[in-house]
Design a protein around this ligand. Structure first.
Ligand SMILES: Nc1ncnc2c1ncn2[C@@H]1O[C@H](COP(=O)(O)OP(=O)(O)OP(=O)(O)O)[C@@H](O)[C@H]1O
Length: 238
């Protein structure tokens, strides 16, 4: 049986009177690429914040490779890139990567860093520049590079394609496939259903605080008798 990488059981989250997550049940298998989709405000980031223990659950439980998510050691295998990634503006790109690697107890390997930057189409010159001089896409690439260099078992990527140009998107997809082939598990959110269709082994649609669908993209199209994932999504949330 395939090991469970993440298991959300009856997860509920409220912000005041707003019930954002209302009993989310979801399982990710080790080694798969899983896409979570939903309209703006559906609660995707909130689910990730719960997983990372950035906020408390109101009900339910989450386990990471079988361990309760609130144990710091359970989160050790995770790498995370947030939806709005804002590194300290006064650091250079190299400082930022060095700092993040040092938090993992990893050395700064200039060759590995250069290779990762090239793999994401971020100019090596950016390493010497302070982050305040970066464009939005460059900042996103820096965050992705630092995360993907951290050699984790499970990568949580909240809208990883956000702000990336078409070339960088294509390159990132290659990188994600490489990580998966090396045994990594990927949990990403995306509004680009074509990317989910192309990249993800399985996906889920979060709507009205609950999982409306979970399965492969092909199963999603079949379940809603749709030719495209976009049509299936629209029918699912109607
Ligand atoms: N700290 C907070 N306090 C109050 N409400 C919040 C908070 N964080 C999120 N929300 C609300 O929870 C709901 C879900 O937000 P969330 O960011 O999880 O959605 P999302 O699916 O990630 O959206 P998007 O696709 O726009 O990024 C929204 O209505 C949002 O306004």
């Amino acid at each position: 049986m395939t090991e469970s990488a993440l298991r959300f059981q009856h997860v509920a989250k409220r912000y005041g009177a707003a019930h954002v997550l209302r009993g989310v049940d979801l399982e990710l298998r080790a080694g798969e690429c899983f896409g979570l989709v939903g309209v703006n405000g559906a609660g995707k980031t909130s689910l990730i914040k719960c997983l990372l223990d950035f906020c408390a659950l109101d009900e339910g439980s989450i386990s990471i490779f079988g361990r309760p998510h609130h144990q710091p050691a359970a989160r050790r295998p995770l790498g995370f890139v947030p939806e709005r990634f804002t590194p300290p503006y006064y650091l250079t790109g190299a400082d930022f990567i060095r700092y993040l690697l040092s938090l993992q107890g990893l050395p700064y390997d200039p060759q590995a860093v250069a290779a990762m930057l090239a793999a994401l189409d971020l100019d090596a010159d950016a390493l010497k520049r302070t982050v305040r001089s970066y464009s939005k896409g460059m900042t996103q690439k820096l965050g992705l590079a630092a995360c993907l260099l951290s050699r984790k078992q499970l990568y949580i990527l909240d809208e990883p394609m956000s702000g990336l140009d078409p070339k960088a998107r294509a390159l990132l997809k290659q990188q994600l496939r490489t990580l998966q082939r090396a045994g990594g598990t990927l949990f990403l959110t995306s509004h680009a259903l074509a990317d989910v269709d192309e990249l993800c082994d399985r996906m889920a649609i979060l709507h009205d605080g609950q999982i409306r669908f979970a399965g492969t993209p092909a199963e999603c199209r079949a379940a809603y008798r749709a030719e495209t994932l976009e049509q299936a999504f629209l029918t699912c949330i109607a």
